[in-house]
Design a protein around this ligand. Structure first.
Ligand SMILES: [Cu+2]
Length: 655
């Protein structure tokens, strides 16, 4: 008797899940919208999405601390001094080359230096990520979509190069001329995306110098690519010519460029999508610099810009002052550059940069493809251009054994989190390319389920390709659902439930943490009742015999969405089912999440919360979870099956 009494007392007080307050901002949005002639579901969805968009903007990635900023300042100051100097002093001009034209030593030094930044934890999380994390917050707007695009990224690349040079003297940032891949039949087979350069093209990066890099997202994920991304394109050398028919910056930059073909930023966007696809880091504005491909790609954009400036010089135009007129407050010439301290946007247009570095010409047949190793590039006499070799050609020629490769000998340890995934039903098999079969270096065995787990967080704006190469345009979106459990429950990790891109600041893509260990599962009850008079819409559904109830959990204290649905038999008058919701484990403090349920027609279900041993009271669906005992969640799907854990939330759906 006593224990029963105690339990009754305990539930609302200390435990696990309780109702939480709906943030006033969200509530205000609801009441402001509700008058309009839209459904409650639409109101809730649009308010929720814009609220989450705002909130995640500042919390999606690790925040930088005091020491990180101090370190960035020291790099920034050095550059500042050098740019102000009238002569180039004792400094030799740095020469930036196409990555495949580097000597073996140069390539090794560059890759070593990148890894050294990642391993240097003197600042938190590490030097590489500190730099990567500047590309967020307001830079989303100030470094993209306007004239400051070229200047901000020029400065950014130089900063990265300076950091590299502190690790290895004399290293310069190479560029990736993606027109060399564009001309391939299957660019995704390029030699560039093998262990000797940048690692495998698809899924978790598990080969090459950046294998199993952990990225500073919340929660942490493993570096991912999704080559070739749907609706994307590498830089098309043909259309690129349009840029070089123009004279003034305003003609080649957003938003004043006359066409996307003449717009340098538009050419750049496609490459982000090509590498990042649906779930790779390169696809999102916040996460793209977490993949070193970013800097190689931007270095090429900078190369193209430099070529354009050289052209301007021939016309007697001063590139330094040719800053396109703009009313966009983020792109005003005298606005301080976000994250890059001492400089203003227009400072990036300065001619002084050419006193620090210059570019070696991109590989052409004329220059013998920059004297690149024959296995990397070759002159295609039909196309009259250099083209990248495929990994298959390279293997056929025994290239992987002939090229000196520091990575070849070392075995990459598979991190525990990946092994966990391998064992779980979300299986991933990583055999080739690691360990024994070192020579092939690129084989990839990753099944579909795994590729939906551990996706790069993309709730902020994703790049969208504006120039789409017909070869990749038609590629089908991959299936997005994966079943983790049997029964009648299917878990959907949705990426395009809301195909509308309502706001500039984010897209409504979703992710789950790479590590299923971070995930907690809790049961919920769904009660469906038949309305006396079904609406016409619902009678149409009725003919199908079944319909779905989807429940969606959005993180408020973390970044993420979990969705799951159950199928309900239309013929039953009232049915009660149990489903489960997933949220981040409240390991440190409390987890806050917003749970809602709706049917196939977007009709909302009414949530009720458990207020005593067996009483439910109508509530908002906003919950707070703690790790106190008795817990009301499971650590994994496995523990879920035959439990009698009382659902905290109950949804009543009338159809
Ligand atoms: Cu950018």
């Amino acid at each position: 008797m006593t224990s029963y009494f105690l339990l009754l007392f305990l539930i609302p007080a200390s435990a696990l899940i309780m109702e939480d307050i709906v943030p006033p901002m969200l509530e205000e949005c609801y009441s402001a919208q509700i008058a309009k002639n839209v459904t409650a579901y639409d109101v809730q969805t649009s308010c929720l999405e814009s609220f989450l968009g705002q909130m995640y903007k500042n919390s999606s990635t690790t925040r930088l601390g005091k020491y990180a900023f101090a370190w960035l300042d020291t790099i920034g100051r050095d550059i500042h001094i050098r740019l102000r100097r009238q002569s180039k002093g004792n400094h030799k001009l740095r020469v930036r080359k196409e990555i495949r034209t580097l000597s073996e030593n140069e390539r090794e030094d560059f890759l070593d230096a990148v890894r050294a930044l990642k391993n240097d934890k003197s600042v938190s999380p590490n030097q590489y990520d500190v730099i990567a994390l500047i590309h967020q917050g307001d830079t989303e707007f100030s470094a993209h979509g306007g004239p400051n695009f070229v200047s901000w990224h020029r400065y950014y690349c130089l900063m990265f190069e300076d950091a590299l040079r502190k690790k290895k003297r004399g290293v310069t940032l190479p560029y990736w001329d993606s027109t060399l891949e564009f001309l391939m039949k299957k660019p995704e087979d390029s030699i560039l995306f093998t262990k000797i350069f940048l690692g495998n093209p698809k899924g978790v990066v598990f080969s090459g110098p950046f294998a199993f890099w952990k990225t500073p997202t919340k929660p942490q994920s493993l570096l991912r690519r999704d080559i070739p991304g749907a609706f994307s394109s590498l830089i098309n050398p043909q259309t690129l010519q349009q840029v070089f028919k123009k004279k003034y910056h305003r003609e080649i930059l957003t938003p004043t460029a006359g066409s996307d073909e003449a717009n340098l930023e538009a050419h750049h966007d496609g490459v982000h999508v090509w590498v990042g696809g649906a779930d790779g880091h390169m696809g999102g504005v916040y996460t793209s610099p977490m993949d070193p491909v970013f800097f190689l790609h931007h270095c090429f954009i900078d190369y193209l810009w430099e070529k354009f400036r050289q052209r301007q010089k021939r016309f007697g135009i001063n590139s330094e002052t040719d800053y396109p007129p703009t009313t966009d407050p983020y792109h005003l010439p005298n606005r301080p550059m976000d994250g890059l301290g001492l400089h203003t946007n227009i400072d990036g247009y300065s001619n002084s940069f050419s006193r620090i570095y210059r570019y070696a010409d991109a590989p052409t047949c004329k220059n013998k493809c920059g004297r690149a190793h024959k296995g990397f590039l070759f002159c295609d006499s039909k196309k009259k251009a250099c083209v990248a070799r495929s990994r298959y050609d390279f293997r056929r020629q025994n290239g992987f054994t002939s090229v000196r490769n520091w990575y070849m000998g070392t075995k990459t340890k598979i991190p525990e989190s990946v092994k966990t995934l391998a064992k779980s039903s979300a299986g991933v098999t990583l055999n080739d390319g690691i360990g024994s079969d070192g020579a092939s270096g690129f084989d990839l065995k990753e099944n579909k389920q795994q590729s939906t787990a551990n996706r790069a967080p993309t709730l902020t704006r994703k790049f969208t390709a504006r120039l789409v190469d017909p070869r990749t345009r038609g590629r089908q979106r991959r299936s997005i659902d994966s079943s983790f459990v049997g029964n009648n429950v299917k878990i959907v990790f949705d990426i395009n439930l809301h195909p509308r891109q309502e706001m500039k600041s984010y897209s409504s893509s979703n992710w789950i943490p790479n590590d299923l260990d971070n995930w907690a599962i809790s049961p919920i009850a769904i009660i469906t009742k038949k309305a006396r008079n079904g609406t016409p819409e619902h009678s149409r559904l009725k003919n199908k015999g079944t319909f779905n109830i989807t429940f969606q959990t959005d993180g408020f204290s973390y970044r993420g969405r979990h969705m799951e649905y159950i199928t309900v038999d239309e013929r039953t008058l009232t049915s009660e089912s149990v489903g489960s919701i997933g949220f981040e484990k409240p390991v440190s403090g409390e987890t806050k999440a917003y749970v809602r349920a709706y049917d196939s027609y977007g009709k909302l279900c009414q949530p009720s919360c458990l207020v005593s041993q067996s009483t439910y009271k109508e509530c908002s669906g906003m919950i707070k979870v703690t790790s106190d005992y008795p817990r009301m969640y499971f650590d994994s799907y496995n523990g879920n099956s035959d439990s009698n854990m009382k659902p905290f939330l109950k949804f009543i759906c009338v159809n």
